[in-house]
Design a protein around this ligand. Structure first.
Ligand code: FAD
Length: 387
């Protein structure tokens, strides 16, 4: 749209974490934004998310720091427990530590609460639901998203924020399948009072209400943490599995299956499992990092560009960082939006590729006996995309 005074129009496909953050950030910078979501209503499935200091800075820059603090929980300590007898591996302080070291805290939230936080600052007519996108293409100085109902949306830029099985990605770069990572993950939420306070040899392992804790076993690892106001405990149980047989990448599971998969594990974990109600399992998929996410005026972000294993808990963090950076880069290049998209990919590709590859490495490390200490995420947390 070079040379024109018209407000640039951005069409975003997918109202997930990355798409909504991009919408909020772009609107704040004066762009006209429309989000197209295939689901009939806006909402997020129930599960917890870990938010690093790198992500906190994005919320701060968007003026949503107070809202994030109110929606998220800061854990007391990080406790690692032996998978079989429940003995303590290590305990390290959490609360206040990240703030002192990185200038921003490490928080834990329910995905739905973050989703609501973004939605609440967008006008109702900004997001159009029941719009299944089937592809997008560049047409000269504009771009067009095409939908299954036969309609099209024209804009100056189309952003494909449509997740790991992105239709826009397939259209731009060819239909391939994401790689099954050999990880299956169960996720459930239980009341915080399920947490046993003392267990292990001579009841020497103690947990405080508000701790983040986990077990690392021979064939998987389990992480539990309080979310929101601290009254709910999020459970993530990642298991090594040779194949994913479900048609869908997420499927309902049962408490019985969860318990059976962890036969022989520490009784404190099994006690928590006995309180599980609804539980889902995911086949975890990723892709090799690709160098290019853009074709003309169409670009990918979030999982559509760089699906990542959850072992460093950074997939949504990276999608939200992307959403902030694309707005900054397009704003800086308002007269040449294609150059803005190029600058966006150049800034984001190396960082997200490193996260994807280190997440795989962490998964491999988790399978070693004995497992090494976790890979340091300091380089991720130190980075400030808002600077
Ligand atoms: C088990 C598990 C645990 C995880 N834990 C963490 C964690 O603790 N911390 C973290 O940072 N990350 C975590 N992640 C990763 C995180 O969930 C993703 O990286 C993140 O959701 C990606 O955001 P996104 O906006 O790119 O895509 P999504 O959140 O997948 O959103 C894509 C949106 O696009 C819509 N859509 C899809 N196709 C179309 C279409 N054709 N037309 C229109 N709309 C469409 C979808 O309905 C959806 O609303 C975890 C992932 C898994 C599987």
């Amino acid at each position: 749209m070079s040379g024109s005074e018209r407000t640039p129009r951005i069409a975003i496909v997918g109202a997930g974490m990355g798409g909504l953050c991009a919408a909020v950030s772009l609107r704040q910078r004066g762009f006209e934004v429309r989000v197209y979501e295939r689901a009939p209503a806006l909402g997020e499935y129930g599960a917890g998310l870990q938010l690093g200091p790198n992500l906190y800075r994005v919320f701060r820059a968007l003026g949503l720091e107070k809202e994030l603090r109110a929606a998220a929980f800061e854990p007391l300590s990080n406790v690692s427990i032996k998978w079989d007898d429940g003995a303590l591996r290590y305990r390290e302080p959490f609360k206040g530590v990240y703030e002192r070291k990185f200038g921003a805290p490490y928080l834990l939230a329910h995905r739905g609460d973050l989703h609501t936080l973004f939605r609440d600052v967008l006008p109702a007519n900004c997001v159009v639901t029941s719009k299944l996108c089937v592809g997008a293409e560049s047409r000269g100085d504009t771009a067009v998203a095409r939908f299954a109902d036969g309609t099209e949306a024209e804009a100056d830029v189309v952003i494909g924020a449509d997740g790991v099985r992105s239709a826009i990605r397939a259209g731009l770069f060819g239909a391939d399948s994401p790689r099954f990572t050999e990880q299956v993950a169960w996720r459930a939420i239980v009341p915080i009072d399920c947490v046993p306070r003392a267990f292990g040899p001579n009841k020497s392992t103690r947990l405080e209400r508000g701790d983040y804790f986990g077990w690392l076993g021979p064939n998987g690892h389990v992480i539990c943490y309080p979310i929101g106001d601290g009254e709910r405990l999020n459970i993530f149980a990642g298991h090594v599995s040779e194949k994913w047989v479900e048609e869908s990448w997420t499927a309902p599971s049962t408490k019985e299956e969860l318990i059976a998969e962890h036969a022989g594990w520490n009784e404190a974990l099994l006690e928590i499992y006995s309180r599980v109600g609804e539980v889902f399992k995911w086949g975890v998929f990723d892709r090799d990092p690709r160098p290019e996410w853009r074709s003309g005026r169409v670009v990918l972000l979030g999982d559509a560009a760089h699906p990542t294993m959850p072992t460093l808990a950074q997939g949504a963090n990276m999608a939200i960082e992307d959403g902030y950076v694309i707005a900054r880069r397009l704003h800086e290049n308002r007269g040449d939006l294609a150059a803005g998209l190029k600058a966006f990919v150049a800034e984001r590709q190396p960082r997200t590729a490193r996260v994807t590859l280190q997440s795989r490495q962490q998964f491999a490390n988790n399978r070693m006996v004995p497992p090494p200490m976790p890979i340091s995420r300091d380089w991720i947390f130190e980075h400030d995309v808002t600077a």
